[in-house]
Design a protein around this ligand. Structure first.
Ligand SMILES: O=C(O)CCC(=O)C(=O)O
Ligand SMILES: [Fe+2]
Length: 353
């Protein structure tokens, strides 16, 4: 992929007085983002302003693009959630494990994301094992790629543009998603025309860690479908609440994206309809924010057109931090040793009750 022309904000620039967004992404935001004060009701019903936001989310030491090639005006690109809508969406993310913010990726960048993904998919074959996901291409910022130099991954300047998308930064900020960090990559997941469904799974890999029991997310995926989605072309399905509540299905599913799951055929239980499941149809460019623990799947694509998804993982509320807007006593798990290490596990543990 492209190597030239990547304009990074280098570490030195971080200390050169360049204005950084004090919000969740910690990345630069062109133009002012109007502050939004969410008012929550305290236990006694009293309105309460959130405590001052902690400053300085980072991108994990990874620099992001200093300026987007096409300047964006906040008029066009700042999220338009009202304070009440933002609170409702935060509530939904906590209760159901996901929420949707309409119209976040728009205009020129949406067009260029479509062009980029079509060009990429037209020139890269998909391994058969990824047929249920459609594709699984990891595209990184150049800087993130330089740190890993993984030949199975790619890099392109458009990654930083997407990760820094002002409307997404503003939406996450409005929701109160604090100290978000990204590894500097997104995943290109494209269901081809007449592609199969995606099995039920949850993507959390930290079930041994006490943070997997917390009522707020530790890791979220931010998804943009580049075409409108419906059941017909393979929209997302979710079982609301399963990020925190164990169901029978949890214990019956193979680990997400494991060889066992990839070998299975479509008669496997992971492809069946489930009680409580809902469709999450999207308009192209809507932002889906989902908790990494929630059970989700996708319908098959029965149309002649590719259904492409761009998905980026973000860590949020780094353990053992408590959201500044949290009311009352935080759960006991936040008192676990923050320096302890835990083996990765995709299997829901006793922390899922
Ligand atoms: O294709 C989709 O809609 C969801 C993809 C997904 O959840 C995954 O690949 O882990
Ligand atoms: Fe997933």
């Amino acid at each position: 992929m492209h190597v030239d022309g990547y304009n990074m904000l280098c570490p030195a620039a971080r200390h050169s007085g360049f204005r950084r967004n004090p919000g969740p992404f910690g990345g630069p935001v062109p133009g002012p983002t109007p502050p939004l004060h969410l008012v929550e009701r305290g236990p006694g019903g009293a309105a309460r302003l959130p405590s001052p936001r902690r400053s300085g989310g980072t991108i994990g030491g990874r620099c992001l693009d200093r300026k987007a090639p096409t300047p964006m005006t906040n008029q066009e690109h700042t999220a338009t959630l009202t304070a009440a809508e933002a609170l409702a969406k935060r509530r939904q993310l906590l209760d159901d494990g996901f929420c949707l913010v309409p119209g976040v990726l728009r205009g020129d960048l949406l067009d260029r994301m479509r062009q980029f993904s079509d060009d990429f998919l037209d020139t890269h074959a998909v391994d058969h094992k990824f047929r249920y996901q459609g594709s699984d291409f990891h595209i990184m910022t150049k800087e993130a790629w330089d740190q890993q130099q993984d030949p199975r991954r790619y890099h392109d300047p458009i990654v930083a543009e997407l990760l820094n998308l002002p409307a997404a930064v503003a939406a996450c900020d409005q929701l109160g998603l604090e100290n978000m960090t990204s590894a500097g990559s997104f995943i290109l997941l494209s269901k081809p025309p007449h592609g199969p469904p995606l099995y039920w799974h949850q993507d959390a890999t930290y079930w041994n860690h006490p943070k997997s029991a917390l009522p707020w997310p530790s890791r979220v995926f931010l998804s943009y479908y580049l075409v409108d989605t419906t059941r017909e072309n393979g929209c997302l399905r979710i079982i609301p609440g399963t990020h925190r509540k164990r169901t029978e299905l949890h214990d019956l599913l193979p680990d997400a994206h494991s060889p066992e799951m990839q070998r299975a055929d479509e008669t496997h239980l992971a492809f069946t309809e489930q009680p409580g499941e809902i469709d999450v149809p999207c308009q192209a460019g809507d932002l889906v924010i989902a908790d990494g623990r929630v059970l989700h799947a996708a319908w098959p694509n029965k149309t002649d057109t590719r259904r492409t998804l761009i998905l980026a993982w973000w860590d949020v509320f780094p353990f053992p931090s408590v959201p500044t807007w949290w009311e009352g006593e935080p759960p006991p798990e936040v008192h676990a040793d923050p320096n302890a290490t835990y083996e990765h596990s995709r299997k829901p543990s006793h922390y899922l009750r």
